[in-house]
Design a protein around this ligand. Structure first.
Ligand code: CA
Length: 524
């Protein structure tokens, strides 16, 4: 069998490149214009293009990803055991808005639209879902039974409603609810119930004795009450409280939830999609199960698409603090204003402190799968992750659990979240995202109940093997069969179709992961 060796070098300063060939390359392979491989290299792993002296920098993406622990001869496999990770850059003397404030705005991209659901608060939904907000985990079992009955008995009567979603979580009681960090899970829950895909309809199921009382979760004025509650009071919150004496037995509780759900379903069913400009998209981007191709194929294509979306006036959220921490100087430089740069610095400092209190640092991020996929450490992973944010100036920063003002300014937003797929997805949903893009190299069947997730494969081998899970294949970029721009445009068009109602594979199979709150505060 003959193989055509293909290696990918990201930057002219790089002294390593990654092997693109399916199945890797055998020892003795002569690389085009480069050394002969001294050992077998797996796909996506790094080869030394030149001799690297002990202690010398190893450079990928034009960035020092580590220093050689020993002499590395040209043609050898450069893996994490040969690299010492550089220390994290300090947060002092960062460039503040040096590029972003000077940059000419990206040229506008007009004429793109999708079919969405307009909401009273100015946001636009891409799906028409009934959400059931829960104040505490204690009610989750009862809501689950009610949900089954809603699906079976009510949804067939309301064909314009796409589904019903339980906002289930582990919070609400048994927690130090007045601790400073508790504001994060509480505002996350508050903002989750206001996601644009829920049409402004809020119904709450409460136990009764929990710490997170409905009035604390959703204080008066925090949500618009669509159509008013059943009693006619325009500002009354719609709550079923399981401990109310009116509920005699389990069946009565479930019946009460169904009655309440029907009021909201009637209003949701009357809604119709209408043509709205692409500027109404709020797209959250993240990656999970990354490999060394993530930063070569899928993430650069997402970055190109991010620029298209920003040019179309949309908002794009990028996140994952531990995966951008090593690129913080790039981000503060790209901030649109010094205030935005300060906000970025504030979020990084908060997270450094959070990790320090837990006795770890950013290097706790990388997984065995990342390393098997060729990513040696968090610096290399971060450089591949950050490209999802494209090239636009960063116009806004959200702390974890904060929500975008639906009528606020457009552009690229840094939404600070952990890199954990489920926590990041939950926090981006709370921030108001109406569409999600997820890139993966190792492969994960990730999905969300509230927001469509478009999954992009970094390698064609994964896209072939998971043909009914991955929505787009960015692998042709590595094989020279497509450019980053080609796949970026493909993704942009797929996003508009998905926003208009085209189902993703995760929606087709009804795959979704649990909402997972970020709670940095103590439990009791
Ligand atoms: Ca992630």
């Amino acid at each position: 069998m003959t193989v055509t060796p293909v290696v990918i070098r990201m930057h002219a300063d790089d002294n390593v490149a990654i092997v693109a060939d399916d199945g890797g390359l055998p020892a003795g392979t002569a690389l085009p214009g480069g050394p002969v491989l001294r050992e077998k290299l797996p796909q996506a792993h790094k080869v030394a293009l030149f001799d690297i002296a002990a202690g010398a920098p190893v450079v990928r993406y034009g960035v020092v990803i580590g220093h050689a622990l020993d002499h590395i001869a040209a043609g050898r496999w450069v893996h994490e055991r040969l690299l010492a990770m550089p220390p994290a850059r300090t947060l002092d003397d960062l460039p503040m808005a040096t590029i972003g404030a000077q940059a000419a705005p990206l040229p506008p991209l007009d004429g793109y639209s999708f079919q969405g659901y307009r909401n009273a608060d100015g946001s636009v939904g891409t799906r028409n879902l009934l959400a059931i907000t829960q104040t505490v985990q204690c009610v989750a079992g009862v809501v689950e039974v009610a949900l089954e009955r809603i699906r079976r008995e009510l949804l067939p009567k309301y064909p314009n409603v796409d589904g019903v979603v339980a906002l289930e979580h582990g919070y609400g009681c048994g927690v130090a609810i007045d601790a400073p960090g508790a504001e994060i899970p509480i505002r996350t829950l508050r903002h989750l119930s206001r996601n644009p895909n829920f049409g402004g309809e809020v119904m709450v199921v409460s136990l009764g004795c929990e710490k997170l009382q409905p009035e604390r979760l959703l204080p008066p004025g925090s949500i618009p009450i669509a159509g008013g509650a059943a009693g006619g009071e325009a500002d009354a919150l719609d709550v079923v409280r399981l401990q109310d004496e009116a509920h005699v037995g389990f069946g009565a509780m479930v019946d009460a939830i169904l009655r309440q759900a029907e009021t909201h379903l009637q209003r949701l069913d009357a809604r119709r999609r209408e043509t709205v400009p692409a500027s109404e998209l709020v797209v959250g981007v993240q990656c999970g199960g990354s490999d060394a191709f993530s930063g070569v194929t899928a993430n650069p294509a997402v970055g190109f698409c991010t620029d298209l979306l920003v040019r179309a006036g949309a908002r794009v959220l990028f996140s994952e603090t531990t995966e951008v921490r090593d690129g913080i100087a790039q981000l503060t430089a790209r901030a649109a204003t010094p205030e935005v740069a300060q906000a970025l610095r504030r979020e990084m400092a908060w997270y450094d402190d959070y990790l320090r209190r837990g006795g770890v640092d950013r290097s706790a991020n990388t997984t065995p799968g990342n390393k098997a996929g060729g990513l040696s450490n968090i610096v290399e992973k971060a450089m591949g992750s950050i490209v999802k944010s494209g090239s636009a100036p960063i116009s806004h920063v959200l702390a974890p659990g904060e929500r975008l003002d639906p009528r606020g300014p457009r552009g690229l937003v840094y939404a600070a979240t952990p890199a954990s797929d489920f926590i990041c997805g939950t926090l981006q949903t709370a921030a108001g995202m109406n569409l999600h893009v997820f890139t993966t190299g190792r492969g994960t069947p990730y999905g969300l109940a509230a927001v469509p997730v478009v999954k992009v494969a970094t390698r064609s081998a994964l896209a072939r093997r998971w043909h009914d899970l991955m929505d787009l294949d960015a692998g042709p970029i590595a094989e020279g069969r497509a450019t980053v721009e080609d796949v970026g445009w493909q993704l942009f068009r797929l996003l508009l179709d998905t926003a208009s109602g085209r189902r993703t594979w995760a929606e087709h199979w009804r795959l979704h992961n649990a909402l997972t709150l970020f709670n940095p505060a103590p439990v009791t």
